[in-house]
Design a protein around this ligand. Structure first.
Ligand SMILES: *[C@@H]1O[C@H](CO)[C@@H](O)[C@H](O)[C@H]1NC(C)=O
Ligand SMILES: *[C@@H]1O[C@H](CO)[C@@H](O)[C@H](O)[C@H]1NC(C)=O
Ligand SMILES: *[C@@H]1O[C@H](CO)[C@@H](O)[C@H](O)[C@H]1NC(C)=O
Length: 236
């Protein structure tokens, strides 16, 4: 009688701990450099396995502010954040840069990250993907750095995890050089958006940055050591 009660209790344990720690989910919030058509989102989600969700809610052309006026994606994000253990990556800057200075951008990002946290998600700030503009073969012409630094400062002041995709992508394209970097172009001389190959390569970069900062995600990322090494070495 006692023995069977004990074994019942032991058998029930894994169920209890599984319920206490639901599988993590990730939603991706951002602009065109993240979204499904020409951003790294699909490449990243294809690198994941076993997450509760990996949902790309990025919208082309948006700033931190204007994304919040996209009812479909905004409402989907709020709904996703009601599910425990959901993380929300937040990456803007490309469009903000065109209309707001870094102080305004920083204030907008701070308010938005706080909102997302209030709604139940764990925010992860990601700095902007570098544009593939060059002054010469191995010298990029980058103007996004002040916005990347601002995003990092916001993350630090709120105690949030951040992934410095701007620095990682800038380092990579510097080594690659302009000619090979242009292989990621969505089309023609579009040096911002990503073709399928670019989506795969920068999706991998984000996955690698994520597990470097949050090792708990390691078991949810399918490794590709060849691509990780290529990105470190500055090759394709
Ligand atoms: C992601 O996976 C889907 C389904 O296999 C595939 O159709 C799509 O091309 C992949 N996208 C990228 C960027 O890897
Ligand atoms: C940034 O823009 C805001 C709004 O236009 C303005 O009030 C502020 O003075 C600007 N800050 C800097 C440092 O230029
Ligand atoms: C891993 O990446 C390499 C390119 O670096 C690619 O050729 C290969 O198909 C990838 N492997 C998988 C399983 O996706």
């Amino acid at each position: 009688m006692f023995a069977s009660l004990v074994s019942l209790a032991v058998a029930a344990l894994p169920l209890v701990s599984a319920a206490a720690a639901p599988k993590p989910g990730i939603i991706l919030i951002g602009d065109s450099t993240v979204e499904q058509n020409a951003g790294w989102g699909p490449g990243f989600c294809n690198d994941t396995v076993g997450l509760a969700t990996c949902t790309d809610l990025a919208v082309s052309g948006t700033t931190v502010i204007s994304w919040q006026h996209q009812p479909t994606q905004y409402n989907a994000a709020l709904k996703a954040c009601t599910v425990p253990n959901t993380f929300a990556t937040i990456q803007f800057g490309h469009n903000d840069q065109k209309i707001y200075n870094t102080s305004v951008y920083g204030a907008d990002l701070t308010a938005f990250a706080k909102l997302i946290k209030t709604k139940g998600c764990t925010p992860i700030i990601i700095t902007s993907l570098a544009r593939r503009n060059f002054v010469s073969a191995h010298v990029p012409d980058d103007i996004l750095e002040p916005y990347a630094l601002e995003a990092i400062s916001v993350a630090e002041s709120l105690g949030l995890t951040y992934l410095d995709l701007h620095q990682a992508s800038l380092t990579y394209i510097t080594k690659l050089g302009s000619t090979l970097s242009y292989e990621f172009n969505y089309q023609g001389t579009d040096h911002t958006h990503l073709d399928t190959m670019g989506q795969v390569y920068f999706g991998r970069m984000v996955a690698d940055l994520l597990i470097a900062k949050l090792p708990m995600f390691k078991s949810f990322i399918v490794p590709n050591a060849t691509m990780t090494k290529a990105e470190a070495n500055g090759t394709l």
